[in-house]
Design a protein around this ligand. Structure first.
Ligand code: AMP
Length: 406
């Protein structure tokens, strides 16, 4: 029997999320998470979904580094006969946040590719180092196995130059590789394709605005399956209001704060990435809590929500203009999939753009991809759960097996 399994690894600075999938049908065999790596209170939670007893298993206690974390994951997988030494494992797929201009497609990792991912650390200092650690660790454990990098930026490399460039001095921009790369690309690719499927059309035949609203949030305009604009830029800070990030802001705020408030570049970095967005505005970044506070009459929570929605509306309008014709506006990720009030507020008043909601459908809870607009709406409004792990597994498997079995 040929190898049909793919292990997907998403390595953060102190965590590793993983899923083992069988690409014959996309089934998840095991999922898990190692968190607080390097601390005394590390924790591994493993769920062997395909095992006779699919109950969660948990380990607590110090896990020193990513090497130890992955070794522990491999041990857990072995307990269910799914170890990394299994001949059925076809590849390991790694989520890599920044692929720069070079990586527009999933890529088998060799020393040269790894060196190039390292050269991108200056433009992704928060993310790429952790991804690199995960890759090194996995390669050490299974040097013979294909390891594939799937880049968050890749889907956006089709953006036309006029959407990707900032209007700044070209020589300075090029010398420092400053341009709009965009992120969440794996999600935007998956969700725009699933939306076409939901509409019963080929991806080439639909224009879609994807709103990925999680703790991080980004919008993209996808024309015929290709991204033509996206809201995140050089880093994941630009664009929509997020859980802790400001999104769009006058860049002069940065040097104003440095001159007037005596803040360093690092101080402003922390302010805009960690102490802004919904948290900065009202102290909470969980949309459930913000809605609860609004219902209780909290004005700060209300204002935070209104600012969030106002920005979202501006991007919907902008991307209608960018695309010309829009077939669907689709909501995804934690907020987009679950927060009916966010969808309702974002679409309210956009009838002239062809958008409308069926409030009954919008209020229904479901894990399925679904249309929540009335049949007469010119533009469908949809909710499509994202699945970045499945997309990474599919792309990884398609590359190493030269085909997709699903
Ligand atoms: P993600 O980054 O995609 O995992 O999304 C995480 C965010 O989704 C959380 O910070 C919450 O704000 C939001 N979220 C999750 N579940 C719900 C829910 N039932 N209603 C509203 N927001 C939710």
């Amino acid at each position: 029997m040929t190898a049909t399994r793919v292990l997907v690894l998403n390595s953060g600075s102190s965590s590793v999320k993983y899923q083992l999938l069988d690409m014959r049908d996309g089934a998840r065999l095991a999922v898990g998470l190692v968190e607080r790596i390097g601390e005394e209170t590390s924790r591994l939670v493993h769920t062997p979904l395909a095992a006779a007893d699919p109950a969660k298993r948990e380990r607590t206690g110090p896990i020193a580094d990513h090497g130890a974390a992955l070794t522990a994951v491999a041990e857990e997988l072995s307990l269910d006969g799914l170890g990394l030494d299994s001949p059925e494992l076809a590849a390991i797929g790694h989520r890599v946040v920044h692929g720069g201009l070079r990586f527009s497609v999933p890529t088998v990792i060799d020393d040269e590719v790894l060196a190039e991912i390292e050269r991108l650390v200056p433009v992704a200092p928060l993310h790429n180092p952790a991804n690199i650690t995960g890759i090194r660790t996995a390669r050490a454990l299974r040097p013979d196995l294909p390891q594939v990098a799937v880049f968050d930026t890749a889907f956006h490399t089709t953006m036309p130059e006029y959407a990707a460039r900032y209007a700044i001095d070209v020589e300075t921009a090029d010398a420092h590789r400053i341009r709009r790369y965009g992120f969440h690309g794996t999600s935007h690719a998956y969700v725009s394709r699933e939306t076409a499927r939901l509409l019963g059309k080929a991806p080439e035949d639909v224009n879609v605005i994807v709103l990925h609203l999680g703790n991080g949030a980004s919008a993209s305009a996808v024309a015929g399956g290709r991204c033509v604009d996206t809201s995140m830029g050089l880093t994941p800070l630009e664009g929509l209001v997020m859980g802790t990030r400001s999104g769009d802001i006058d860049p002069a705020v940065t040097f104003h704060l440095m001159r007037v408030a005596g803040m360093s570049a690092d101080d402003v970095d922390v302010l805009l990435n960690k102490r802004s967005g919904l948290v900065g505005l009202c102290g909470d970044n969980d949309m459930r809590e913000i809605r609860r506070r609004i219902d209780a009459g909290d004005e700060r929570a209300r204002l935070a929500f209104d600012i969030y929605i106002h920005r979202l509306k501006k991007y919907i309008g902008a991307y209608c203009a960018v695309l010309g014709r829009v077939d669907a506006v689709v909501f995804t990720a934690g907020v987009g999939e679950n927060a009916a009030p966010v969808r309702e507020a974002a679409v309210a008043g956009l009838e002239e753009l062809g958008l409308a909601l069926d409030s009954g459908l919008n209020a229904e809870r479901s894990d399925e991809a679904r249309i929540v607009s009335p049949p007469y709406a010119r533009v469908a409004v949809a909710v499509v759960p994202t699945d970045e792990e499945l997309e990474i597994a599919r792309q990884t498997f398609a590359l190493v097996a030269g085909e997709s079995l699903e």
